[in-house]
Design a protein around this ligand. Structure first.
Ligand code: GUN
Length: 282
């Protein structure tokens, strides 16, 4: 038996087409969604991500304004730019690509972004709203994971859900979203005892550790849904996730590949957040 491969590329395309249609309607009403994308320094992976985000904007009919600043940019210069973008009525969303160079305090920069323009959902006000069920943006990767599960026809309510990894970008917020959908949620991490036993009872497993082969076949209940957020390179230089894909797909009901699973969804959900920002600010 081999599980269904969840096609994140196709699902993200569908979402981007929905965004494009809605952006066209907004433009007819005189609302022009616009995202500011800020990249500081020379991180080659970040440059690829930022270029993909700009391309997605173009494909969705969302304007993007790009700021590519040198490695030596000071914290004050970046904070000043963020403040200028906060004040700029033409800009609906502000995305500062992380990680930032070491001499810049990321927390300070995240706090400086107006919560109304925080399309990444990194500002504590939006994170708080996520936890209390209040109004705010949804975090892009976790929201994309929910879309992958739901658009593939699976219900989350009453399911045993396990997140492996407790980062602020994926593990913690995805646990919160799964809880909102009435899943029974466990967050595991590097200090978890009996990880295998915890995973073995899960109906839905989200793996976000950044470590190759975090999840192996012996840890997965037959029929489970497996979402792989990892983005690693193996010894051969091949892109791979945190899940032993070839073996786990033999027992899983459905599984996301790397690449072509969660990755494209993050950007699609960012586009959705840009529309939400433009509508809210109009
Ligand atoms: N770095 C890695 N992922 C992300 C993301 O989703 N948003 C931003 N701003 N930086 C990132």
């Amino acid at each position: 038996m081999s599980g269904k491969i969840i096609d994140g590329k196709a699902i993200s395309q569908q979402i981007k087409e929905e965004v494009k249609k809605e952006a066209e309607l907004l433009k007819k009403k005189g609302i022009n969604p616009c995202l500011a994308v800020v990249l500081v320094g020379e991180n080659s992976a970040s440059r690829v991500y930022v270029n993909n985000k700009k391309k997605a904007c173009q494909a969705c009919g969302i304007e993007s304004v790009s700021y590519e600043l040198p490695e030596g940019t000071t914290e004050k210069e970046l904070l000043d730019l963020v403040e200028k973008l906060n004040q700029d009525k033409k800009i609906n969303g502000i995305l500062v690509q992380l990680p930032l160079p070491k001499h810049i305090d990321e927390t300070k920069v995240i706090l400086a972004i107006s919560p109304k323009k925080d399309v990444d959902c990194f500002h504590p006000q939006n994170v708080g709203a996520l936890h209390t069920g209040g109004k705010g943006f949804l975090p892009c990767t976790p929201a994309g994971i929910l879309e992958l599960i739901q658009r593939s026809g699976y219900d989350i309510a009453s399911k045993e859900c396990v997140a492996i990894g407790r980062s602020n970008i994926v593990g913690k917020p995805v646990a919160m979203l799964l809880l909102q959908k009435n899943g029974t949620v466990t967050i595991c991490h590097s200090k978890t005892k009996n990880l295998k036993e915890v995973c073995k009872r899960a109906d839905i497993i989200v793996v976000a550790t950044g470590k190759i082969n975090t999840l192996t076949k012996d840890m997965v209940k037959p029929g489970a849904i497996v979402i792989d957020v990892g983005m690693n390179r193996n010894e051969a230089g091949k892109l791979c996730g945190d899940v032993d894909f070839e073996a786990v797909k033999e027992v899983a009901e459905a599984i996301t590949p790397v690449p072509g699973g969660v990755g494209p969804m993050t950007i699609a959900m960012l586009m959705k957040n840009c529309l939400t920002a433009a509508k809210e600010q109009a």
